[in-house]
Ligand binder design. Structure first.
Ligand SMILES: NC(=O)c1ccc[n+]([C@@H]2O[C@H](COP(=O)([O-])OP(=O)(O)OC[C@H]3O[C@@H](n4cnc5c(N)ncnc54)[C@H](OP(=O)(O)O)[C@@H]3O)[C@@H](O)[C@H]2O)c1
Length: 302
């Protein structure tokens, strides 16, 4: 099968297409034929070596998958060949490939009304927003940084559905879009200092990090919570919570149903062939993508 791999850390040019054997599913795993995957910022941070969680190359990126089960190992009873599935998984042999072996408990059946691209765009971004906002309550005021991004635009909708008052940071060009998703107030951070303009929030979801940490603390109530998904200078404050997403088939199932019912809308900026993954990484690294970039694998025989 074909897969994208890299033999060293570096820029998008280290990504190359190679022929490798199909993975063999282990206990509790299924083999999935990938029909779509998507780009997350973690991909280019791992590619470059900024994050070393996968260890040394070679490895294959791609933590989101939508596809078809082609083989289920003996002890897997919940999924069968032919099932359409999607989910998030963390591995050195990711979904920038024609086939992946994935723990069955991290996958959910893709609802019929959820299309393939949406199913590939959702998992990591939606699980992040869903889990980070698990304790958000009706009536609370939340500030979401990078509201227009993959995680942010889903967080806006989830926060709104929970009955929160939603304030987001985004450039003006994205304000109409974010209002259509339910945002109540938007700050163009290139024009206005959010730390001056926003007050008395109960929760900050920070998807930017760095000096957004201390600046966000100034907007937060004394008993508020600052949720850091990125790494910021607010660590040590009693209101600080470091957040990491957890892959979960159960959560994917719930989020897939919400999307299929039209209650959660994933915005897809581009659908690109996996062969153009280097260009997709450049776009994602620009920090300007609204929503998600979806990648589709090679068409059989091409
Ligand atoms: N800890 C975890 O478990 C976890 C999980 C998932 C993601 N993350 C991290 O969360 C971050 C966001 O992920 P993502 O997938 O949403 O990224 P993304 O889709 O690449 O975010 C792009 C968005 O960021 C916005 N943006 C860029 N600079 C900004 C700034 N200074 N202030 C406000 N908005 C800004 C842009 O909107 P404008 O064009 O409007 O500026 C753009 O739409 C990444 O660093 C990622 O690694 C962490």
């Amino acid at each position: 099968m074909r897969a994208i791999t890299q033999n060293r850390f570096g820029g998008p040019d280290v990504l190359e297409t190679v022929e490798v054997p199909r993975p063999t599913p282990g206990p509790g795993e299924v083999l999935v034929r990938v029909t779509a995957t998507s780009v997350n910022p973690a991909d280019w941070k791992l590619r470059s070596g900024e994050v070393t969680r996968l260890g040394e190359p070679p490895f294959t990126l791609g933590f989101d998958v939508s596809g078809t089960v082609v083989e289920a190992v003996g002890d897997v009873t919940e999924l069968r060949p032919g099932d359409q599935v999607f989910g998030m998984f963390l591995t050195r042999f990711g979904a920038y490939a024609e086939y992946v072996a994935v723990p069955a408990n991290l996958l959910a059946i893709r609802p019929g009304r959820l299309d393939d691209a949406d199913a590939a765009a959702l998992p990591t971004a939606a699980l992040t927003a869903w889990q980070a906002l698990a304790d958000l309550r009706a009536g609370q005021r939340i500030l979401i940084h990078a509201a227009a991004g993959g995680v942010g635009h889903l967080a806006v909708q989830i926060a709104k559905a929970r009955g929160a008052y939603v304030i987001g940071t985004a450039r003006t060009v994205n304000h109409v879009f974010l209002r259509s998703l339910g945002a109540d107030e938007l700050i163009d951070y290139t024009v206005v200092d959010f730390a001056e303009a926003v007050h008395e929030v109960d929760v900050v979801l920070d998807l930017i990090g760095g000096d957004y940490g201390q600046r966000s603390l100034r907007t937060l109530r004394a008993d508020g919570r600052y949720i850091d998904a990125q790494g910021s200078d607010a660590e040590g404050d009693p209101r600080y919570v470091r957040f990491y997403v957890t892959p979960s088939g159960t959560d994917a199932h719930e989020l897939g149903n919400l999307a299929a019912q039209g209650k959660l809308r994933v915005d897809i900026a581009r659908v690109m062939p996996l062969a153009d993954v280097a260009e997709a990484h450049k776009l994602s690294e620009s920090g300007r993508v609204r929503g998600k970039i979806v990648l589709t694998p090679w068409i059989a025989g091409v």
